[in-house]
Each structure stands twice: as structure tokens, then as C-alpha cells.
Design a protein around this ligand. Structure first.
Ligand SMILES: [Zn+2]
Length: 312
């Protein structure tokens, strides 16, 4: 989130530090909150602290100096697994781009690895990123792990759409809530990542407290005329980037902007609530179809029509 670790989540860091200093670390944790606010980064830092030989008191990070921290920083800690698309691609010996969601075999493999004894003699830690995107069989396999984690093992799940996780999984985890970031924090993070001050301020303003979204906005942008209602729908969809991943990200940003604009329209008394609700439902469905690989151009075209209909 920043060159110097997690930013703008002091409440969360306090809770994690408390777990560590009291030596009462829950074996199954869920880091949940909006996308792009530092959940994955915090999970990595907390994992390093859990594995550290002498974690500094009052903090939620490793000491940065011991053998465990050195191995962690080098990406070769034998008692740590990050269960994500890259891990699955490696297991399946497939391209990274082909990993749409985490599968049952991947979760089972992680479980097997976590059941062996710790090589460095401390804990074993697994971070399951975007657990809300697991295939149903994979989520069930994960539930079995969460029901009876072996002693010394800590599982940290991250999720930006908590409501998508099965209730049985939710009930097994200690939930740690991440809040949207302040605009000033988002701006500072962008500047630290090399974005100019003016562009960083503009992106932070439109990002709804998500540094990840602000970075995408600063680098890719989205068809802004779509929200203003001035663009011809075909022009808005044609302005998306030529490659699919960029176009998909831009379409997601556009849907977010349309949702924000719809809420603004209601707050400012321009659009009746019933109309806003109808349009929000339509935009949510468009978001689902985008995740199900519908052409981003078609999604933006339809979002443009929804934005116009709601504004008229
Ligand atoms: Zn250390």
C-alpha cells in the first residue's frame, strides 16, 4: 500500500498487534473490506510477524532482521504459502492468465503443505487471497481446514465481497474489518508510486477510498463522458483500451463511477430512490457479467444507457 507498509489502517494494525502481544492469535482470520485498501499487504506483513523469531512489541510486522524475516523478504520462507493465482499456476504448470479462480486441488495441496511440521520450528502460515472468489468445491475444502486447523497453523483469508463467502466459512473465522482509506492517504500512496501530484489528487477523489482503484484510474482512466451522460454510447465503449485486461479494468472503473454518480443523484435530489435502486441493480448485473467474461465494450455500452436513463 505504501513503500513503508500498510497505510491508513491504524485500527486494524492495533488489533493485530494485540493478537501478537497477548499470544492469542486466532488460527483462522478473515481480512475483509473494500478492494484496494491493503488487505493482502497487511496479511503478508502479519504473516511475517507470526513467523518472526522476535517480533517487535506493539507492532504487526516482523523485525526485518532475523533468519525468518530474511527468508520471508526473499520470498522463500519454507513455512509460508500464499494461495493465489500464481501458486495455482505453479502447481498446475499452466499460464498465470489461465487461472480464473482457485480450485479444490489447489486448496487441498495447500492443506497438505500446511499439515507438515514447520521447518524453521515456529508457526506455519497460509494466506488465501480473494477467498470470496473460490469455486464452491474449493470453499468446501477450505471449510474442512478451518474446522480443524492443525496446531501451530494460521490461515488468513482475504475477501472484498464478504457476503459471497459461505456462512459456514464466515462463522469459523475471526473477522478483521478494513475501512476505506482517506482521500489524503490514497493520494500519498499514489505519489509514492510515482504518480504526479495533480493526477494523484484527481484519482483519489474518484476512487471511493481504494488505493488499488485510484492506481488503476491514474494509469488507465475510464470513459468519463459516460457518467456525464454526454457521450454517445458507442464512443464511450470504443474509448476502452485495446487489450482485454485493461479494457476489463476500465469497464470496472466505469461501473464504479456510474454507481457513485447514481448515489450522488439521489443525495442531491435529482433522481428518485426507486430509479436509483433499479439502475444500481442493473449495474450490479453488468458487473457480474463482466466477471463472467462478457465483452467489456458491451458492458460499457449498456452502462452508458443505464446512466442516461437514470439521469433523464
Ligand atoms: Zn524477524
Amino acid at each position: 500500500m505504501s513503500a513503508d507498509g500498510v497505510s491508513g489502517q491504524s485500527r486494524v494494525l492495533k488489533v493485530l498487534a494485540e493478537f501478537l502481544s497477548s499470544d492469542r492469535v486466532p488460527q483462522t482470520l478473515l481480512f475483509h473490506g473494500p478492494a484496494g485498501v491493503g488487505k493482502a499487504l497487511a496479511a503478508g506483513e502479519f504473516a511475517a510477524a507470526l513467523l518472526c523469531e522476535k517480533p517487535p512489541r506493539g507492532g504487526a510486522r516482523g523485525c526485518g532482521a532475523c533468519a525468518s524475516c530474511a527468508a520471508f523478504a526473499g520470498g522463500r520462507h519454507p513455512d509460508f504459502i500464499r494461495v493465489d493465482a500464481a501458486y495455482q499456476a505453479c502447481l498446475r504448470q499452466e499460464e498465470l492468465a489461465k487461472q480464473k479462480s482457485l480450485r479444490i486441488g489447489t486448496v487441498r495441496e495447500a492443506r497438505r503443505a500446511m499439515e507438515t511440521s514447520a521447518i524453521l520450528g515456529g508457526r506455519k502460515v497460509a494466506v488465501v487471497e480473494d477467498a470470496d472468489g473460490l469455486e464452491i468445491e474449493a470453499a468446501n475444502a477450505l471449510l474442512k481446514i478451518l474446522e480443524e486447523p492443525p496446531a501451530g497453523a494460521v490461515w488468513i483469508l482475504t475477501a472484498s465481497r464478504r457476503e459471497r463467502l459461505p456462512k459456514t466459512v464466515l462463522s469459523r473465522c475471526a473477522a478483521v474489518a478494513f475501512a476505506p482509506l482517506e482521500d489524503q492517504t490514497v493520494k500519498r500512496i499514489l505519489i509514492e508510486r510515482g504518480v504526479g501530484a495533480a493526477a494523484a489528487a484527481a484519482a483519489a477523489k474518484d476512487a471511493g477510498g481504494s488505493a488499488g482503484r485510484a492506481l488503476d484510474l491514474a494509469h488507465l482512466g475510464y470513459p468519463r463522458a459516460l457518467v456525464a451522460g454526454a457521450a454517445a454510447p458507442a464512443d464511450a465503449s470504443d474509448s476502452l483500451g485495446p487489450d482485454l485486461p485493461s479494457a476489463r479494468t476500465q469497464a470496472e472503473l466505469a461501473l464504479f463511477a456510474v454507481r457513485q454518480e447514481l448515489w450522488r443523484g439521489w443525495k442531491e435530489g435529482r433522481t428518485p430512490l426507486a430509479e436509483v435502486s433499479r439502475a444500481l441493480d442493473a449495474v450490479r448485473e453488468l458487473g457480474e457479467s463482466l466477471r463472467a467474461n462478457v465483452d467489456p465494450k458491451a458492458v460499457v455500452l449498456l452502462a452508458c444507457l443505464e446512466a442516461r436513463k437514470a439521469a433523464s
